[in-house]
Design a protein around this ligand. Structure first.
Ligand code: ADP
Ligand code: MG
Length: 716
């Protein structure tokens, strides 16, 4: 393919999904909800499993607990009541020459079922077979009606999209059926798979017997009847392996180049003058931990180097990342540059502002806060002080990243709680200066097993030690009916002069009722449960000034109990708070629970986390809660999270500024990763860092995938 036709193919692949038949204004949002915007996105949205409809089984051949497809005729059809709960159910008995099976509906429209399944109606049924004692049942089966004289061969011929083959089953959202999905993806494969390109050098492809990308996509979405279904389901077939290899190859190629020193950008080479860092050390009320000192050393080394720093600072909740940020900031300021700190919430920005300004004031330096909704006049002044360099360090929300915020000379950009931001924000921050150093901080750990292989070439610093005197937070689960016991624990803590959080979940779909629950709870804590105590309420819908007020009162100890939605999830630091009760704890994810719990146990006092799940909750939720009880270790929690959620996109490679992985799993595909890594590093060597003519297309594709990340564009 020439360069031009190649570009053409890309424009096709970048098209929106509504160019497909059957994808209109109603379907499009459903696909977008799956994160699918372009044709290319959808091509790489792979089936989660498969359904074997190559042939039909007779009823006596059906296997328990499996999705099965068979033909039968209706022998009986009608409404029954279950014996125990007397709930109504609709039951259809179907049979063939070999036996009978019962089909049941628990939610249904009776007239529809009656009309669909009269006695003698022949149909194909699809569903999971369950066995209850000697009886076999299928609940809410799918069905395709057959005319009395229609045989199977005819059905397969008339509907080849749904019968006579192995069918893909896609991960979907509500309102999108597998049948619709198969139609969409079949079209995608037929019309667009061939526009994708394989850029892996032929010798490597042959060595590992990889399929080309178009071949692999066709095979994985629409497998031949000859494939090994077992392999396919386990993700071990050649098509998936080929796609995974491709992804890893380009990932590792970028890393290999980086290691080879292909980073042509010039940054600021700071020098350590100790003008502010030593005085700060003298007035700090505590000593840096060993781990803080080590990572600070790593950061210093980067800052002194002539290339721009891109460092990820990872440290569990409460490990003291803020202090490391402060020390790094002082180095930048000593070199007459400014520092910007971006936080994900207004509450956290305000808190950082207080922390940083306290110390900077003492050193005679100036700190400024920048929020989205400040009074216009104040904002104008602030922007001017930033532009003239009067302010040494700016703390703010994403407002800092907006147009109109111009720095005099930005030397260091810091992003706190990086998991709340994307690569785009980092790039915006970077462009507020001329290649400033960038430090991103996160509490979300990269599982140990992976970090070395994958991130070995990126700068990652880990604070693996908590400040001295911390005691692990004791976590307990209380059923709704044991609520009084939880209150008792809170009361004990409050009586000793400590403070407490009560957290409510807030999700978009039920925002109103969630807010209401928190509001009602705040009132009942103040009036009934702990009358006489001072209770505050905090949620995201409040005005900035109101939020500041409440948060400040809590910080100063004027409020004893703070009822809040998850706005306090990240970063909030009030060491005197020693107990947190989390309502509907089952509705939170593991890492979110861990972040929340990290709000207590930040001082020397023993702390408690009380989890109150909803009345009914899933088995997965129960596992999450158990993990919380068992451990305080952020690494173990991240690993457990991975196990429970399955090897999906977990911590996204995004966090480390790498291209997203669409197909590959960092857990499952570690072996392929190592092969791809080896080949990529070799390839960089033999092509003299992709400078040969052969390597030209590979290089172009690499730049396309990595975008501006790691500034590889410079080699283009
Ligand atoms: P995180 O890493 O979660 O952002 P913070 O930076 O907010 O944690 O620090 C948590 C708490 O630990 C703060 O109250 C901070 O003052 C305190 N702290 C940080 N470093 C030390 C240290 N070396 N010794 C004692 N306390 C520390
Ligand atoms: Mg923090």
């Amino acid at each position: 393919m020439t360069h031009k036709t190649l570009l053409n193919a890309h424009t096709q692949l970048d098209k929106k999904l509504d160019i497909l038949h059957g994808v209109g204004p109603r379907m499009l949002p459903k696909l977008q909800k799956l994160g699918l915007n372009t044709i290319e996105d959808a091509l790489f949205h792979l089936p989660g499993r498969y359904e074997d409809r190559r042939q039909f089984k007779t009823i006596n051949q059906l296997t328990d607990n499996q999705q099965e497809v068979f033909v039968g005729s209706v022998l009986a059809s009608g409404e029954n009541a279950t014996t125990r709960s007397r709930r109504k159910i609709y039951e259809v008995i179907v049979g063939d020459a070999s036996g009978k099976i019962s089909l049941k509906w628990f939610r249904y429209r009776k007239p529809w079922l009656q009309k669909r399944f009269p006695l003698g109606q022949k149909a194909v049924f699809i569903g999971e077979v369950k066995r209850f004692a000697a009886l076999r049942e299928i609940h809410h089966p799918d069905s395709e009606l057959l005319d009395a004289d229609q045989n199977l061969q005819q059905l397969i011929q008339s509907d080849p999209l749904n019968f006579g083959r192995i069918l893909p089953v896609y991960p979907l959202t509500e309102g999108l059926s597998q049948k619709q999905a198969r139609k969409i993806w079949h079209q995608l494969i037929c019309d667009f798979a061939d526009l994708t390109q394989s850029f892996i050098p032929t010798e490597i492809r042959q060595k590992y017997q990889l399929q080309t990308i178009p071949e692999a996509l066709k095979q994985i979405h629409w497998p031949d009847n000859g494939v090994d279904l077992q392999d396919l389901e386990n993700g071990q077939d050649n098509s998936r392996r080929s796609l995974v290899f491709d992804e890893f190859f380009f990932l590792e190629l970028g890393l290999a180049l980086k290691r080879a020193g292909v980073q042509l950008e010039k940054g600021i080479a700071f020098s350590c003058k100790h003008k502010y860092t030593i005085p700060l050390n003298k007035i700090l009320p505590f000593k840096l931990t060993e781990a803080q000192r080590r990572v600070l050393g790593e950061i210093k080394r980067d800052m002194m180097a002539p290339q721009p720093m891109h460092r990820l600072l990872q440290g569990d909740v409460g490990s003291g990342k803020t202090l490391v940020a402060l020390m790094s900031a002082l180095i930048a300021i000593e070199n007459n540059t400014q520092v910007a700190i971006v936080a994900p919430t207004e509450i956290l920005a305000e808190q950082h502002y207080q922390t940083f300004s306290t110390w900077l004031d003492k050193l005679g330096l100036k700190t400024g806060l920048l929020q989205g909704n400040m009074p216009a006049a104040t904002k104008r002044d602030r922007l001017e002080q930033i532009a003239t360099g009067e302010i040494n360090l700016v703390v703010g929300t994403h407002a800092i990243l907006q147009e109109g915020v111009d720095f005099y000379h930005l030397g260091l950009g810091i992003i706190d709680e990086q998991h709340r931001f994307g690569v785009r924000q980092r790039s915006l921050l970077k462009h507020k200066g001329v290649n400033p150093d960038i430090l991103v901080m996160t509490a979300t750990p990269i599982p140990r097993t992976l970090s070395m292989t994958l991130y070995g070439d990126l700068s990652v610093s880990v604070i693996d030690q908590l400040p001295p005197g911390r005691k692990p937070v004791t976590t307990e689960i209380f059923r709704s009916s044991q609520r009084q016991q939880a209150y008792l624990r809170i009361r004990q803590e409050l009586e000793q002069g400590r403070q407490a959080y009560v957290v409510y979940p807030l999700v978009e779909e039920s925002e109103k009722s969630d807010l209401q629950a928190a509001t009602v709870a705040a009132e009942s804590f103040a009036n009934e449960i702990f009358p006489g105590l001072k209770v505050g309420l905090l949620h995201g819908r409040m005005k900035t000034a109101e939020k500041d007020n409440v948060m400040n009162s809590f910080r100063q100890g004027d409020l004893q109990l703070l009822v809040s939605t998850t706005v306090i999830e990240v970063g909030v630091d009030v060491p005197n708070a020693t107990v947190m009760m989390i309502e509907h704890a089952d509705r939170f994810g593991l890492s979110q629970l861990h972040q929340l719990r990290g709000r207590v146990g930040r001082g020397a006092e023993k702390s408690y986390c009380l989890l109150i799940p909803s009345v009914h909750y899933s088995e997965d939720a129960a596992r999450r809660l158990r993990v919380m009880v068992e451990t305080n270790d952020g690494f173990r929690i991240a690993e457990a999270d991975l196990e429970i959620r399955g090897p999906g996109d977990f911590l996204g490679t995004r966090q480390a500024g790498l291209p997203d992985l669409r197909v590959a799993s960092l857990l499952k595909d570690i072996r392929i990763l190592e092969e791809a890594r080896y080949e990529a590093f070799e390839y960089v060597k033999i092509t003299d860092q992709l400078s040969t003519i052969d390597a030209e297309p590979v290089k172009r594709e690499l730049i396309r995938r990595w975008g501006g990340r790691l500034e590889l564009a410079a080699i283009g």
